[in-house]
Design a protein around this ligand. Sequence first.
Ligand SMILES: Cc1ncc(COP(=O)(O)O)c(C=O)c1O
Length: 454
Amino acid sequence: MAMTGKESTPLLKTALPGPKSKAIVARDDVALATTTKTAPVTAVQGRGVVIEDADGNRLLDFAAGIGVLNTGHCHPKVVAAVQGQASRLMHFAGTDFYYEQQVALAERLGAIAPIKGPVKTFYVQSGTEANEAAIKVTKAATGRQMFLAFLGAFHGRTQGALGLTASKVRQKEGFFPSMPGVVHTPFPNPYRNPWRIDGYDEPQELANRAIEAIEVLFETVLPPKDTAAVFWEPVQGEGGYVVPPKMFPKMLRKLCDENGILLAADEVQTGFGRTGKMFATEHFGITADTVSVAKAMGSGYPIGACLLSAKLDFKQKGQHSNTYGGNVLGCAASLATLDVLQGEKLVENSAKMGAHLGKRLDEFAKQHAFIGDHRGLGLMRALEFVDPKKKGVGGAPKADPKLRDAIEQATWKRGLITLGCGKNSLRFIPALNVTAAQIDGAMDVLGAALKSAA
Ligand SMILES: Cc1ncc(COP(=O)(O)O)c(C=O)c1O
């Protein structure tokens, strides 16, 4: 099927999943290890926010490869950059030798990173490895071994990053010991928190309580003098797209500074324009000491980085390195991605279209009592599904993960791809070049899915 990427409605030729998709899923079940598969949706080609599945159906993609495709599927400039680079040089081990693309990309990342002063880049291939690098560099720079992270956080699944992750117990059970020395504290979630504060009405009170909780940890189980860094997501991603009170990050930064603790921002999901700013940290008027990035960095080509304040750099050769970090194809994809994000003003479009998407989601939240919360920044938005008649954690209505799953199913069956996050939320993260017509097309599908569940 020919597609421009600007189509604003699904076009279904078969019931979903169609026969060819079913056949792929059946083979996958046999041949692939178990991961996190959520829907039998297949893809053979994509443009912008539109994909065609194995049966020739057209779907709207509001999951964007889990927040990877900020420039959309197969942006022609990114495709041309990767194709051109592949015909000249595909790999050279930039950790041991040199090529200009790594330098050019690091210079550009350094210029936009929310870090004070000169910035250096350590390249990786994924988000979890970006955090592994941040763990090592903050340990090495401070000589300290402990970390503070937040309940609800997702920082990856390798054993170091897994120690920081506290999103779902399934991700950790059976895998202990992961990295020791991590203490977790509640994230100031305005909708449901241990202090039963309505953080939308009383943001300062919620921020105060969350800081107090950290101070208690500092006095009891987490000696500040042994703490290398606080890891945090400016907007919690896998934990449910939770936006903290606006003043909280500044208070956290101050607490870090008072104790010589580094602030390690994980912008793997929030980075590269997703929240309507290049990096979500910018919303809060602070800077971090390290910034982990991956996902959208290469528009689908696997590349990531730990951006670090230059003064934290490893002091000796060989303390950390890898084979593929900053692979030349990834650098080409990433340089083209930055060209597209900046040249086509996609960060601005994320803010503009995010406001439109937010308005449409607010309307649904008003119509349906089972939508307990709508939250997000830019084009990083989620709805939280609840049973309004029962009380749950933090005094908020009881989480209803079954309803969330049913609505997720009802959307993809109608040709809109979405993804769950947190225990009972559904996220909406289209490419940043999404149009208002495409958002409206997706919201029509969501509206029908919500009605079917009501
Ligand atoms: C905030 C955050 N950090 C780290 C990761 C891990 O990234 P990866 O799956 O590329 O290892 C993710 C993945 O969802 C994430 O959202």
